[in-house]
Design a protein around this ligand. Structure first.
Ligand code: ATP
Length: 244
């Protein structure tokens, strides 16, 4: 089976499980609105790739996000910007499946599809920032996520996820303590079920801030790849909109 991914960057390592005794590298999944994609997203993926020794990271731009207002840029524009941002990194791939799905897009459905394509033994790692993890209990059928994938939470300095769990939703707190692991070995010894927290540097970048800069006529270079900034300028994106 193959992933519905754009591998034009270069061929990806095979995600299929290997023979007995061989270690299977986990595949990382990073979902987001990517409205637009920026260096915070890319650094999160790169840190997870290296720290968790992932085979690859698959970026999945959401179609109709269930938890938030409609994106500002069109689906095809967000897809194009994500494709531009991933260019040149053979370990990063674009997965278009959510963009082409009609109706609401739920991560649980995407992981179910990936699980069916990659088999029951392939370790999958759902990557997210600490801010996203603290809201996990609001996601559709969130408890099933632990059956389908590992969750790798990339925490930024000053935002210790373990400490933040004290004030988190009780159901999420209980799941966290049940599943949290200290070593990346847990990502290889089972296909799903571990929660791993790892550090990443602080990049105070958000898509909201980039859109606000565009609307104010300010420069957005160095917050995101040049190719994405150039795309935004040439398509006059985010100039007319007020932010959420
Ligand atoms: P918006 O500002 O429109 O809410 P965003 O920049 O936060 O967008 P999302 O698409 O909502 O981007 O985020 C996708 C994932 O990337 C989430 O898991 C989020 O935690 C993570 N993320 C976003 N920005 C950063 C950043 N600067 N550093 C690390 N992780 C980030």
């Amino acid at each position: 089976m193959t992933l519905a991914t754009d591998h034009t960057n270069s061929p990806l390592p095979s995600p299929s499980p290997k023979g007995r005794g061989e270690s299977v590298k986990p595949v990382g999944i990073l979902g987001g609105t990517f409205d637009p994609i920026h260096h915070g997203h890319l650094r999160l993926a790169q840190e997870a790739l290296e720290q968790c020794k992932l085979a690859s990271v698959h970026f999945i731009p959401s179609g109709t996000p269930p938890h938030r207002n409609a994106p500002y840029a069109g689906a095809q524009q967000r897809l194009a910007m994500t494709r531009l941002a991933l260019q040149g990194n053979p370990a990063f791939a674009l997965d278009e499946r959510e963009i082409h799905r009609s109706g609401p897009c739920y991560t649980v459905d995407t992981l179910t599809e990936l699980r069916a394509e990659l088999g029951t033994q392939q370790p999958l790692c759902l990557l997210m920032g600490g801010d996203a993890f603290l809201l996990l209990h609001t996601w559709h059928e969130w408890e099933r996520l632990f059956e389908l994938a590992h969750i790798v939470v990339m925490q930024r300095p000053g935002r210790n996820v373990d400490m933040q769990m004290a004030d988190a939703h009780p159901g999420l707190r209980s799941r966290y303590h049940q599943h949290v692991q200290g070593s990346t070995d847990a990502l290889r010894t089972a296909p799903a079920g571990a929660v791993l927290v790892r550090d990443m540097p602080a990049l105070q970048i958000s898509a909201t801030d980039i859109r606000a800069r565009c609307a104010a006529g300010k420069d957005i270079h160095y917050l995101l790849p040049d190719a994405v900034a150039d795309y935004i300028y040439s398509h006059h994106l985010y100039t007319q909109h007020a932010n959420h």
